[in-house]
Design a protein around this ligand. Structure first.
Ligand SMILES: *Cc1c(COP(=O)(O)O)cnc(C)c1O
Length: 383
């Protein structure tokens, strides 16, 4: 289908997916095959080996490219594999300027894996484009940040930082996992690469780990596609199928995530045991205006701090909540609760990126919001 003319809700259901040419199957089949028959030497139908290409993966990639308004998408077996593959464009001696509030696994990849290969990393406050400009170096090849960030939900101005990166001759890569393509489309604001951990909102059902890169540039796409095949961190056909299935309800899920999270954030903001609520939809959020401008909704993630009791009280809330499952990850239909400091962000403990140990992060699901509020109120009453 030609995608430009359709709204995102329509693209979520239709983009990238054509009835199967051999049978007319409306849903793209799980092409569970490693290899493909050739009619003569190197004569095939575009598929010769499933690391290189697989039809179920092609459908997923086409769907994800359309949703982020990009020309190309490449799917990976995890969000980290997608990020690592972009970093293979960076050479020893090059500098990467990263946001100072990134996913723990991204920080670990940068500092504990890639730095040893001669790539230089530094970290800047990306909520301030001037701070990014000041931190640019002559050898900066890539500016990288998340918006909203994990877990402090800071919002950075994609358009302003794209200008800064490009003025310095660098690419801009945006990890848009927390927003999903429904709430923001960084390529339309000047980013060169968008990455998602499709594990989160895009698949949305907490049953697949995956990642994607979306971009417009043909030449860089060719190189990344070469790397995708050369490195081989590709998703299995069944995972591509499940993710495609999840995408069909992405728009409607995001709507419910946003409205449920807003209701919970307002309840928490009025609660006498809570000292601070971080949610881009609240006027108290430092980048509330930017969020309204740049995003179609404030998302489903809420973080908060308790007035008293520190890490121990935070642990009590996390353990006492019943509908909110105590678990890592986010973006699924079910609500989750966690403490970033000892869990998802343990790898940044004792670093400048360390998280307040009493911070509670919730991934608000699509359950009935009143049930979720009742559950949190009950957990808070145990503190
Ligand atoms: C989860 C996550 C990742 C890593 O993705 P995986 O699929 O777990 O490898 C990267 N960035 C953000 C913002 C994430 O939430």
């Amino acid at each position: 289908m030609t995608t430009e003319n359709y709204q995102i809700e329509t693209l979520a259901v239709h983009a990238g997916v054509e009835p199967d040419p051999t049978t007319g199957a409306v849903m793209t089949p799980i092409y569970q095959t490693s290899t493909y028959a050739q009619s003569g030497v190197n004569q095939h139908k575009g598929y010769d080996y499933s690391r290189t290409a697989n039809p179920t993966r092609t459908a997923l990639q086409n769907s994800l490219a359309a949703l982020d308004r990009g020309k190309h998408a490449l799917a990976f077996s995890s969000g980290m594999a997608a990020i690592d593959t972009i970093l293979r464009l960076i050479k020893p001696g090059d500098h990467v300027l990263s946001g100072n509030d990134v996913y723990g696994g991204t920080f670990r990849l940068f500092k504990s894996v890639l730095e040893a290969y001669g790539i230089e990393f530094s970290f800047a406050e990306t909520t301030d484009p001037d701070a990014v400009a000041a931190a640019m170096q002559p050898n900066t090849k890539l500016v990288w940040f998340e918006t909203p960030t994990n877990p402090t939900l800071k919002i950075s101005n994609i358009k302003a930082i794209a200008d800064v990166a490009h003025a310095g001759g660098a690419w801009l890569g945006v990890d848009s996992t927390f927003a999903s393509p429904i709430l923001q489309q960084p390529l339309t604001l000047g980013a060169d690469f968008v990455v998602h951990s499709t594990t989160k909102y895009i698949n949305g059902h907490s049953d697949v780990v995956g990642g994607v890169i979306i971009l417009n540039d043909d030449e860089i796409h060719d190189r990344l596609k070469y790397l995708q095949n050369a490195i081989g961190a590709v998703p299995a056909p069944q995972d591509c199928f499940l993710t495609l299935r999840g995408i069909k309800t992405l728009a409607i899920r995001m709507k419910q995530h946003c409205s449920n999270a807003m209701q919970i954030a307002q309840m928490l903001e009025d609660h006498d045991k809570v000292s601070e609520v971080i949610y881009p939809g609240l006027e108290s959020h430092p980048q509330h205006d930017l969020a309204k401008q740049q995003m179609k909704g404030p998302g489903g993630m809420v973080s908060f701090l308790l007035k008293h009791g520190g890490a121990e009280a935070a642990e009590t809330v996390a353990k006492e909540a019943k509908l909110f499952t105590l678990a890592e990850s986010l973006g699924g239909v079910e609500s989750l609760i966690e403490l970033p400091a000892p869990m998802t962000h343990a790898t940044v403990a004792n670093s400048p990126l360390a998280v307040d140990p009493s911070l509670v992060r919730i991934s608000v699901g699509i359950e009935n919001p009143d049930d979720l509020v009742t559950d949190l109120l009950s957990a808070l009453s145990k503190v």
